[in-house]
Write a protein that binds this ligand. Structure first.
Ligand code: PLP
Length: 496
């Protein structure tokens, strides 16, 4: 049986695709029995009553369970599918992190204990936040961390706000932020949101920010340089120390976009390299579930220079007890309520402590090995825009193939039929027909081989019959929706 045929028999029945929960409704079928009323009844004022009965489907409990279980099985997820989405680090989320995050002592904590300063009742919680901040300092070589930002992009904004506060505190007049043309869209967006103009530097033939072009633009009007390390092409910039030194000679700050920490955790520390501020996407590197818009968490680390500007809400230890630290002096203020996404912080600290330093080293080196394995197996079949060893992800291109009409998007659509999530396509923007693959360390060689075989098969099929290749996917009911229309005019209502 091929993988396409090997789909669940029940879900092959068309009605499971087309029937809504309302279609399945039968008058007077019930799923829940309410206990007899044991309190007095009251009649509401007629003006408060609805005129018609609510249109709710009537179903047995079993119908409901089966309906939603089948729906959930149509989702692609890391627990079900290989998910090589470049830049997103879709790795296995160990279940122990869920166990810890679900402990009642954490889940039943009332957030307003914090606002009422009832720290006696939250010592354990504060200790876990302190542990996370200290562990992140250890992993990154920074001097202090805050867990309050709720996403990578949110962390970037905080980082740049602190840089802005630093320059203003020194009377520095700064206007620009430098980013390379390979940067993630959130970098220039963040710079603009905080009020800076963006200078974009082209990449050189190795995929690194062109050093001479950078040097020509560097001046005492530059507030900071934002770099992703390794960058979004999966490459490590060999001139990174020179870039830090040059920026610092103008009192500009070095911002480290840590979304790609999965390549270097346990191996190198951004603080030691010379970076002043970093955000970490714990939902990527430190294995907390993500996708579909959240939840995430983007802790930010700083060195001594930026420490005074950290946001309100820190932790300090006084006489062996954790207390809230309202850093009001030069702080940029509040960036989010409470301590951010605490449930995600808990998962991240559980992940890190269960791995330990050696485990983290092992994870990032295996992530790099896996990406290079895929790069080498596929390099004869695709274009390789930047050759040589990559870090935790490899960027290929379907540029040559696209001359026959088959694009990176068609390859992505083809994979869906074989139980795999597509790699990232059309990013980074500087690579035509980009296919960006990040296998992560948690996949075994067998899975990597199935993926590579499928990618090679895709190229062969596409070369043989480009028209026929554009008909994939074939097993999902819907094949090629208009992506743009689906985003602009999202309509997920049933006809009811
Ligand atoms: C994911 C990512 C971001 C943004 O992080 P979010 O948590 O999605 O807001 C920034 N930079 C890079 C390189 C990324 O991969």
């Amino acid at each position: 049986m091929s993988m396409v045929e090997n789909v669940d028999i029940v879900s092959k029945d068309e009605s499971y695709y087309t029937k809504t929960i309302f279609d399945k409704s039968k008058t007077d079928r019930v799923g829940v029995q309410l206990p007899p009323m044991d309190v007095p009844t009251y009649s509401l004022d007629a003006s408060l009553l609805r005129e018609n009965d609510a249109k709710l489907p009537e179903l047995s409990e079993f119908d409901v369970i089966r309906h939603y279980t089948n729906l959930s099985n149509k989702n692609m997820s890391i627990d079900k599918n290989f998910y090589p989405l470049g830049s997103c680090t879709m790795k296995y989320n160990p279940k122990i992190t869920e166990r810890v995050a679900a402990l009642e002592g954490f889940t039943s904590l009332h957030p307003h204990l914090l606002t009422n300063n009832m720290t006696d009742q939250m010592q354990g919680t504060l200790e876990t936040i302190d542990m996370l901040e200290k562990t992140l300092c250890e992993v990154t070589g920074m001097k202090a961390f805050t867990t309050t930002p709720q996403a990578g992009a949110h962390g970037e904004m905080l980082g740049v706000m602190m840089i802005d506060a630093y320059h203003r505190s020194k009377g520095n007049k700064r206007k620009y932020i430098i980013v390379p043309d390979s940067s993630h869209g959130t970098n220039p967006a963040t710079a603009a949101m905080v009020g800076y103009e963006v200078i974009t530097i082209k990449s050189d033939e190795n995929g690194a920010m062109d050093f001479d072009a950078f040097k020509a633009k560097m001046s005492d009007e530059v507030a900071c340089v934002m770099l992703t390390v390794p960058n979004t092409l999966g490459m490590y910039n060999k001139k990174i120390k020179d870039i830090c030194d040059l920026a610092h000679s103008y009192d500009a700050m070095m911002y480290y976009d840590g979304a790609n920490m999965n390549a270097i955790m346990g191996v190198a520390k951004p603080g030691d390299i010379g970076f002043d501020v970093i955000h970490i996407n714990v939902h990527k590197t430190f294995a907390t579930p993500h996708g579909g818009g959240g939840p995430g968490s983007g802790p930010v680390g700083v060195n001594e220079k930026l420490k005074p500007f950290l946001p309100d809400l820190g932790i300090k230890k006084v006489d062996g007890k954790y207390e809230i630290d309202h850093r009001l002096d030069q702080s940029i203020g509040k960036i989010s309520p409470f301590f951010g996404q605490y449930g995600i912080s808990l998962r991240a600290i559980t992940y890190m402590t269960s791995l330990g330093g050696n485990g983290m080293f092992n994870a990032s080196t295996k992530a790099v090995l896996n990406a290079n394995y895929i790069r080498v197996r596929l390099r004869e079949y695709f274009d390789v825009p930047f050759d040589g060893l990559c870090m935790h992800e490899c960027v290929l291109s379907a540029k040559t193939l696209s001359k026959s009409g088959v694009t990176a998007m068609d390859i992505a659509k083809y994979l869906i039929d074989f139980g795999m999530h597509a790699p990232t396509v059309y990013f980074p923007l500087i690579v035509k027909e980009a296919i960006m693959i990040e296998p992560t360390e948690t996949e075994n060689k067998e899975t990597l081989d199935i993926f590579c075989d499928r990618m090679i098969e895709a190229v062969k099929l596409a070369r043989k019959d480009p028209e026929a290749f554009k008909l994939y996917p074939k097993t999902w009911g819907v094949s090629r929706p208009d992506d743009t229309l689906a985003i602009k005019e999202l309509n997920v209502r049933s006809r009811h």
